[in-house]
Design a binder for this molecule. Structure first.
Ligand SMILES: [Zn+2]
Length: 163
């Protein structure tokens, strides 16, 4: 789960819509008024709702960092990207604009249009998901390894099962 902190204890983030009969809490948040059941897909909540009440329950809050080197991204793997962030006021303006427009970010899709796409679009002007990209890269590596193994086997080479 990623979102854009827009100040005054508020986060704008992109969440999957919950069906009316889902077992989500009925009570609206006393701090921000957010009600899990009747939200649109781009929502503005307090940090508590973003972090503790259902979205990120039991997880830690991280600051996602931009403009890291390729090596630093290899070391940290998550929570950082090589992409450069736009100035903060521009980032907040993008998030507010999408939120105020009544959810112009489209339908939530875990792979093709998730919270990270929303956040990177607000931050950088380009909607990407490093988590999905890393998953795609992992699958690509597996395929390449297997192709390499297959070529080794065709050539009569011994293929280690440890790689
Ligand atoms: Zn709240």
């Amino acid at each position: 789960m990623t979102g854009i902190y827009v100040g005054n204890d508020r986060v704008i983030h992109f969440v999957q819509a919950i069906k009316a009969n889902a077992g989500a809490p009925l009570m609206a948040c006393k701090k921000c008024g957010f009600k899990r059941k009747d939200h649109l897909e781009v929502v503005r909540t307090c940090l508590d709702c973003f972090h503790k009440k259902g979205f990120l329950s039991g997880t830690r809050l991280y600051l996602y960092r931009y403009g890291f080197s390729r090596l630093e991204c290899q070391i940290h793997r998550t929570h950082c990207t090589k992409m450069q962030s736009c100035p903060a006021d521009q980032v907040v303006a993008r998030a507010e604009e999408i939120y105020e427009s009544g959810n112009q970010f489209g339908k939530y899709n875990f792979i093709l249009n998730n919270c990270e796409y929303f956040a990177t679009y607000c931050k950088c002007g380009t909607a990407i998901s490093t988590q999905v990209d890393q998953g795609v890269e992992y699958v690509r590596e597996l395929i390449q390894r297997n192709v390499h193994r297959y070529q080794q086997l065709q050539n009569g080479d011994f293929c280690s099962s440890s790689r």
